[in-house]
Design a protein around this ligand. Structure first.
Ligand code: ADP
Length: 408
């Protein structure tokens, strides 16, 4: 089944055309600066290996979708004859609140619930709604399915998702841990479970999605027991520009000392912290690692080491903590931009973890870089298997969409 996977941001729209039976991606691309000056589409036809960039005004997501369809059906750059060959559209949705615990067919009722999710993730939800409307305008009879980043985490028990705040905040505002990157944790944990020689119900896996945004999950028996991100994607481990877990009393302290509003402190925690905040020069782990590799004579060396050491320390704590709540650990998975490519971070995290049953194979770890398939990076004697597994959130979206639409 040909599924168009759509990831709509406020001024962007990413897409992939995936055959859910063969997993082949025949085209993918990105519309940028939607509703702004200089909007453009970058389209790749992957079967023929063609690439095109085209500037064209796009006043909204409906205009963007028209261009996407134009390129997908283009005689030279396209891969389908007309849009009737797209059997369904699957949308990546960042926040499904407590309303959605699995992927769902888009209906009027579903859209009404999604509207309520604006409360939790205003910018993302508004963008998703625009993306859905854009698809409705362009392909009114094509079924649309919503796949939520939060859904996989809905299996957490109250003890994991509740904050010890006045209970009424949970009742009034839905204030609880939701967790994010769900499609990624779901994909890599399922792949990992297949690699373990035991029934899924018996597996205990920690998945580390480490990219610009990072989160760690404890997946026991195929279900999330806990995850590091919380009510918002700010919580958990140190990220590119986000601070992760901090003492909450720091917020009013900074407001007072720096004369900032709550919104300004929120901005600092989201955009000026993490790797960027510590190093003062970059949120990108490649820059940070280059300074480490350059050695102590590099002016950025010390801060770069500190930034990476903070992340290492936090990841160790999460892995150990999650092993404790799962009462054991079969495997640790690294995925996403940093998890898939940074042997330095993986080695730091997995060193001195023998007590927990983790023994890294340093050579295998060094070689695991830009993989298209899973790679084992632990020694054969390691009680806990450690793997690098390239994530594939789009495939999860395509598969869920195909499953729901085939059952109609
Ligand atoms: P996003 O959260 O935006 O999807 P990604 O998963 O693409 O993020 O991860 C982006 C991060 O991955 C960046 O910090 C980037 O530096 C890092 N990264 C990508 N390639 C490498 C590499 N070869 N070595 C170290 N880090 C890398």
């Amino acid at each position: 089944m040909n599924i168009l996977v759509v990831n709509a941001g406020s001024s962007s729209l990413k897409y992939q055309l995936i055959d859910s039976d063969t997993n082949v991606v025949s085209a993918k691309g990105l519309c940028e600066r939607i509703g702004l000056e200089g909007s453009l589409i970058e389209h790749k036809q992957l079967i023929k290996g063609l690439k095109v960039k085209y500037e064209s005004p796009m006043k909204d997501h409906a205009d963007a979708m028209k261009l996407v369809v134009k390129y997908l059906t283009d005689a030279e750059y396209g891969c389908i004859a007309d849009m009737s060959e797209i059997q369904a559209i699957g949308h990546r949705i960042v926040h499904g609140g407590h309303f959605f615990s699995k992927s769902i067919l888009m209906t009027k009722d579903v859209l009404a619930k999604l509207e309520l999710c604006k409360e939790f993730a205003p910018l993302h939800t508004v963008a998703h709604l625009m993306g859905i409307k854009g698809c409705l305008d362009t392909m009114p009879s094509t079924p649309q399915v919503l796949v939520f980043d939060t859904a996989f985490h809905q299996t957490m028990a109250p003890e994991a998702y509740m904050y010890a705040l006045p209970y009424e905040y949970y009742e009034k505002y839905g204030l609880r841990r939701y967790g994010f990157h769900g499609s990624s944790h779901r994909y890599v944990s399922a792949e990992m479970a297949k690699l373990l020689d035991k029934p899924v119900e018996d597996t205990k896996i920690v998945t580390c999605h480490i990219g610009n945004g990072s989160s760690v999950s404890a997946v026991k028996g195929g279900k999330v027991m806990d995850t590091s991100m919380g009510f918002t994607p700010l919580a958990g481990v140190e990220m590119g520009t986000r601070c992760g877990d901090i003492d909450p009393a720091i917020v009013p302290f900074i407001m007072d000392k720096e004369g900032l509003t709550a919104a300004q402190v929120n901005d600092v925690m989201n955009k000026k912290s993490g790797f960027l905040g510590i190093t003062g020069y970059s949120s990108d782990s490649r820059d940070v690692e280059n300074a480490i590799l350059a050695g102590p004579s590099d002016p950025n060396y010390e801060k770069a080491v500190l930034a990476v050491d903070i992340l290492k320390h936090q990841l160790k704590k999460y892995i150990g903590g999650y092993a404790a709540i799962m009462n054991g650990l079969d495997a640790v998975v690294f995925t996403a931009g940093i998890g898939e490519n940074s042997s330095i971070l993986r080695e730091l995290v997995c060193s001195d973890m023998e007590n927990l049953g983790i023994e890294l194979d340093k050579d295998a770890n060094q070689k695991a870089f830009r993989l298209s398939d899973s790679a084992k990076i632990s020694k054969d004697t390691s009680k806990v298997a450690v793997y690098v597994i390239p994530t594939n959130e789009e495939l999860v979206i395509a598969k869920d969409t195909a499953e729901i639409v085939s059952a109609l």
